[in-house]
Design a protein around this ligand. Structure first.
Ligand SMILES: Cc1cc2nc3c(=O)[nH]c(=O)nc-3n(C[C@H](O)[C@H](O)[C@H](O)COP(=O)(O)O)c2cc1C
Length: 359
């Protein structure tokens, strides 16, 4: 069987699709491989909006994965470069991206083409590395359950990267029954404290309730603008909900407390809420895998929403989830595109324990 290949791509800003195409052609020719052998394509987050690269991927039907520089920097590669590190924050883009996407980040021997560089007619450079993808991972230490390989990891990563908060829906669209069944199944698969499963979703399709909820959100949107002070106008220009156009609204409700003690004796409300959030994340990813959008709307007075839905005492609505075929899936968070706020660097997310010896 021919090996499945992962491409790592690097290029100057503005490199045309044709230059990238030629560089890949030449790199594949070096090892007698064909375009059809390519199963994964990766680059650095800096290139997530690189026009030629995106056009190439679209034309080939590839879903590129863009790795953060901090992640690429951890991969040991044959040809690290100080210049590349200064410009991108990692000593290697193409070699590291190819190895990561091949599922071989600790095995540089998987690189079949280390670094093929091409200068296009306009002077811009494309760099291509090619790695052989790992076979399905060996059974780990006799553990039971399914074993996942690089392809599944890539699919999961692509899904997480493509998931967006959606506020633009296709008006009049619907959700097929079998898709709704998959969404329900996703709720059943969610983790929860003490297996409490503290979630209930109220499905809204009637126009009257949809309008009532939209009215409540509009009130809160205005109050939020007032609370923001000098950024009020900027905030009011952002689209913060798609309640009118989505196929269905699922109101996420935290049910009245059932008294579960396991795992939540010291933080009962927080652990129940965290569990509900886990269920919503399952829903979010499952919806995206079904090519549906989901938008979480939290701008409302809970008591007012509870009244519209006729919720019982102790039930707390925490999200109006707008669901349905999307008119637009942004490739980055809309708040980032609109300049409201930027995502934080990865090194903020995981820190080492303090070095003192108190513990
Ligand atoms: C708990 C929660 C509440 C949210 N509420 C709103 C909201 O009311 N309106 C809105 O436009 N986005 C809302 N969002 C979406 C976030 O703004 C969005 O997830 C974030 O900007 C990152 O963008 P992305 O989800 O597209 O990656 C909410 C997200 C979460 C997790």
């Amino acid at each position: 069987m021919r090996p499945r290949l992962a491409l790592g791509l690097g290029c100057d800003r503005g490199t045309p699709e044709a230059t990238l195409r030629q560089a890949i052609d030449e790199a594949l020719a070096q090892i007698g491989a064909a375009w059809a052998d390519v199963a994964a394509v990766a680059s650095i987050t800096l290139k997530a909006d690189e026009v030629g690269l995106l056009a190439l991927c679209r034309a080939q039907g590839w879903t590129p994965v863009f790795h953060a520089p901090e992640v690429l920097a951890q991969v040991a590669v044959p040809n690290p470069s100080e210049t590349v590190r200064r410009h991108t924050g990692t000593p290697s883009v193409s070699e590291a991206a190819a190895l990561l996407s091949a599922g071989c980040s600790d095995d540089p021997r998987a690189l079949l083409v280390e670094k093929h560089r091409l200068r296009g007619p306009d002077g811009r450079h494309a760099t291509v590395s090619v790695a052989r993808m790992a076979q399905a991972d060996a059974q780990v230490g006799g553990a039971s359950g399914p074993v996942f390989g690089a392809a599944e990891r890539l699919a999961l990563q692509a899904l997480m990267a493509a998931r967006r908060d959606v506020r633009h829906f296709r008006p009049g669209a619907t959700i097929a029954t079998e898709v709704r069944a998959r969404l329900l199944q996703a709720l059943a698969l969610a983790p929860s404290v003490g297996l409490m499963q503290p979630w209930r979703f109220v499905r809204i399709v009637s126009d009257a309730r949809r309008q009532a909820l939209a009215g409540l959100v509009e009130q809160e949107r205005q109050r939020t603008a007032e609370a923001l002070g000098e950024r009020d106008d900027e905030f009011l220009r952002l689209k913060v909900e798609g309640l009118q156009d989505c196929a269905e609204i699922w109101v996420a409700v935290l049910p009245a407390d059932d008294g579960t003690v396991f795992g939540r004796r010291t933080m009962p409300r927080e652990m129940a809420l965290c569990s509900l959030a886990c269920a919503i994340q399952n829903l979010w990813l499952t919806a995206r895998a079904d090519n549906l959008g989901l938008g979480w709307v939290s701008m409302f007075e809970p008591a007012a929403v509870a009244a519209v839905l006729g919720l019982a005492e102790g039930e707390l609505p925490v999200g109006l989830l707008c669901l349905g075929p999307a008119a637009r899936h942004h490739d980055r968070p809309m708040l980032e595109i609109e300049g409201w706020r930027q995502r934080r660097p990865l090194h903020d997310f995981l820190v080492d324990e303090p070095s003192d010896e108190r513990s």
